[in-house]
Write a protein that binds this ligand. Structure first.
Ligand SMILES: [Zn+2]
Length: 202
């Protein structure tokens, strides 16, 4: 287990490594790193294969990124929906209620699938949470291509904070695509096909 002092040193090292990021992404990455307690930091390092023993060494070069690990199911996420090119999850350090991320299944490239999932989630947020508007921003975080979906509410400033688990579970329940919805959709599609089929005239 890392102590506070070690955690502080390691955070400092990681923050140095992300200095080459564009300003807006650097800010987000920095806040995420700074918000971690020593235990979370240790888990983050181990999962990213950045720690060999007791926080002594940080490997540079290619590391598995936390978003790739979420995609592999090795790091848990509050999943909302998924398609062939992307995965939608809740941001655990949201700027506003319902702030979600569309993680590209390809670390380096965003597909059209990711944008279509972003639109779908944005519509869902609009109907369920009634924000004034929803901002959609694409960019890299820790090197991984993703899309931020940020609801904007009247008279509420955007401010990054740590969401508690209960809140995230409630939001996940509201925003996720229920299995029943998918089933209903399928039934509707089948009905459509049946209706579309030309009738035979005897
Ligand atoms: Zn990645």
């Amino acid at each position: 287990m890392l102590n506070e002092e070690q955690a502080k040193k390691i955070k400092h090292e990681i923050l140095k490594q992300i200095e080459s990021f564009p300003e807006n992404q650097r800010k987000q990455a920095r806040e995420q790193i700074e918000a971690m307690n020593p235990e979370e930091l240790e888990q983050f390092l181990v999962k990213n294969k950045m720690m060999k023993e007791a926080g002594e060494e940080i490997e540079t070069g290619k590391q598995e990124c936390v978003f790739c690990l979420i995609l592999q199911g090795k790091v848990p996420g509050y999943k909302l929906d998924e398609n062939s090119g992307s995965l939608a999850i809740l941001e655990i350090n949201p700027l506003s209620k319902g702030h979600s991320l569309i993680i590209s299944k390809n670390h380096d490239k965003l597909s059209n699938q990711a944008f279509s999932l972003a639109n779908k989630i944005s519509k869902k947020i609009k109907s369920k949470l009634k924000p004034e508007e929803v901002k959609i921003e694409s960019g890299k975080v820790l090197g991984h291509e993703l899309i931020n979906i940020i609801p904007i509410y009247k008279n509420i400033k955007l401010e990054k904070r740590k969401a508690d688990e209960k809140e995230l579970i409630l939001l996940q329940d509201k925003l996720k695509t229920a299995k029943r919805e998918k089933k209903e959709k399928k039934t509707q599609e089948i009905k459509k096909i049946i209706i579309k089929a030309p009738r035979r005239i005897p």
